[in-house]
Design a binder for this molecule. Structure first.
Ligand SMILES: CC(C)(COP(=O)(O)OP(=O)(O)OC[C@H]1O[C@@H](n2cnc3c(N)ncnc32)[C@H](O)[C@@H]1OP(=O)(O)O)[C@@H](O)C(=O)NCCC(=O)NCCS
Length: 286
């Protein structure tokens, strides 16, 4: 059974922004209500926390408004979604590269690592041009190195559960994978599986929404779908982990009532050197 959602609030009821969910077949009408939002100068309702972040087209542009009002539905994964799902996942991961770079550049230990070769080259060459050029080259090498680490991570996931999504998620009764669809296009995804270490917990995985479709409530609707699934099967917790730089994800999870239960430095020498952490979240099912 699919559920269709329609974004309200941009042109709808003043003062509230809500996502309405309607069961397509026999299920009851469901309304998911998010927090209050405020209108911008033009009277358009934007999510308060995200205003200015992901809506660069604020204003009276009607095509944007219509686009934003488009309905989306959530349905179970099918094999024809395979390529798009893997692509959305890869894009969602690769786009964390700039945020990771900014995080690293702000660290004193990285600044020292960059400063030492810079000053050494300057003392040897007495040339600012040469020293800055070398610094730029070093930073570019670092960027490509990180890009390659991110690509390797994506490939690893593509070779893991995302290699055979049907086998990983769709064959057992206690796991599932859903996609969000709008105007015939797959625009988001999430999966859920039982955890290895606990009988009453499930783990939410691979949540990602296509970048041009963000802050429409799709990520939240996908999470709700997965939580409902866990609830119906009698599980008491939904766990997940995410990296420290995925701030949009933190906002989403914390807004939905996930509790941050742990913060751990990711395994590896470079992650230890840079204090690159993983955040662990749990949603307690009532
Ligand atoms: C994280 C992600 C799935 C969120 O999807 P989304 O469809 O934009 O999320 P929603 O529209 O449902 O937003 C849910 C809440 O988070 C907030 N939010 C989402 N993105 C935000 C951002 N960039 N900045 C601030 N708040 C943000 C929304 O305002 C909303 O808050 P509200 O409930 O108080 O209104 C999406 O940004 C994404 O795919 N990122 C890349 C992949 C990723 O990081 N996945 C998480 C893996 S753990």
């Amino acid at each position: 059974m699919g559920i269709s959602y329609k974004c309200h609030g941009m042109l709808g009821n003043p003062g509230r922004f809500s996502i309405q969910g309607r069961a397509e077949s026999t299920g009851p009408t469901r309304i998911i209500q998010s927090r209050s939002h405020v209108p911008n100068k033009e009277g358009i309702y934007l999510p308060t926390k995200a205003a200015g972040l992901l809506h660069p087209l604020q204003g009276t542009d009607s095509s944007w408004r219509e686009h934003d009002m488009a309905e989306f539905s959530i349905r179970r994964y099918k094999s024809s979604d395979y390529d798009t799902v893997r692509l959305i996942f890869a894009q969602g991961m690769m786009e964390q590269l700039p945020a990771t770079s900014f995080y690293l550049l702000k660290l004193p230990q990285i600044q020292v690592l960059l400063f030492i070769p810079f000053i050494t080259l300057y003392l040897l060459s007495k040339s600012y041009t040469f020293s800055f050029g070398s610094l730029a080259l070093l930073m570019a090498t670092g960027w490509y190195g990180m890009k390659s680490i991110f690509s390797q991570y994506v490939n690893k996931c593509h070779r893991a559960d995302l290699l055979d999504i049907e086998k990983s998620y769709m064959m057992a009764n206690n796991s599932c994978f859903w996609v969000a669809e709008s105007e015939g296009r797959v625009i988001g995804m999430v999966g859920i599986q039982p955890t290895q270490d606990s009988k009453d917990a499930m783990v939410l995985r691979r949540l990602s929404v296509a970048s041009e479709q963000r802050v429409r409530g799709i990520g939240k609707a996908l999470c709700m779908k997965a939580i409902d699934f866990a609830r119906q099967r009698g599980y008491r917790r939904v766990n997940l982990d995410t990296s420290m730089i995925q701030r949009a994800a933190h906002r989403l999870y914390e807004g939905m009532g996930f509790e941050k239960t742990n913060v751990k430095i990711a395994p590896g020498i470079t992650t230890r050197f840079t204090n690159f952490s993983v955040f662990y979240y749990t949603y307690w099912i009532e």
